[in-house]
Design a protein around this ligand. Sequence first.
Ligand code: 5GP
Ligand code: MG
Ligand code: MG
Length: 182
Amino acid sequence: MHQDVSEILFSEQDIAERVADIGAAITRDYKELAGPAGIVVVCVLRGAAMYTCDLIRAIDMPLEVDFMAVSSYGSGVKSSGVVRILKDLSSDIHGKHVVIAEDILDSGLTLSYLIKNLESRGPASISVATLLRKNTPNQADVNCRYVGFTCPDKFIVGYGLDYAEHYRNLPYIGVLKPEIYQ
Ligand code: 5GP
Ligand code: MG
Ligand code: MG
């Protein structure tokens, strides 16, 4: 285990199993509905990159993958509440079935904003597949159709999630020691 991590919450194998389950659920829910056009999986950069790569390989139907980057945290650990689009989608989602792949839902501000923003583009539907949902007090009411794991209200790193751009390459999900960011 990395010396800056106090506890492993989900092992590489736990993650692989849950991501496979989510992929199977998405396939079941969308295969007929979306037909040959398939779905658009929107990866929220950068935290959800690793998850998205694994998730799309667990979805057995036609799909496109597109990427969006939003800022909400900078390099700190508290949500600023201000969401800004740093990189927009490359393709038009009008009339498409969209599944947003997000790494973690904390305050819920980022996803609330993203859903509203993408809805204004006239997709056929939008759902959210978040890998982690944190037990955060006063979390915004975000409808997540697919949730990988719920996790404690601590600062989490690994499997794509960073602190100041580090730790994304850890193959597991763990709790960052508070002394690292305090
Ligand atoms: P929210 O807007 O829901 O408060 O936070 C959304 C974003 O903040 C997440 O997509 C993620 O990028 C970042 N975030 C929230 N909690 C954590 C955490 O525990 N660890 C890391 N690495 N990022 C987090
Ligand atoms: Mg994120
Ligand atoms: Mg981050």
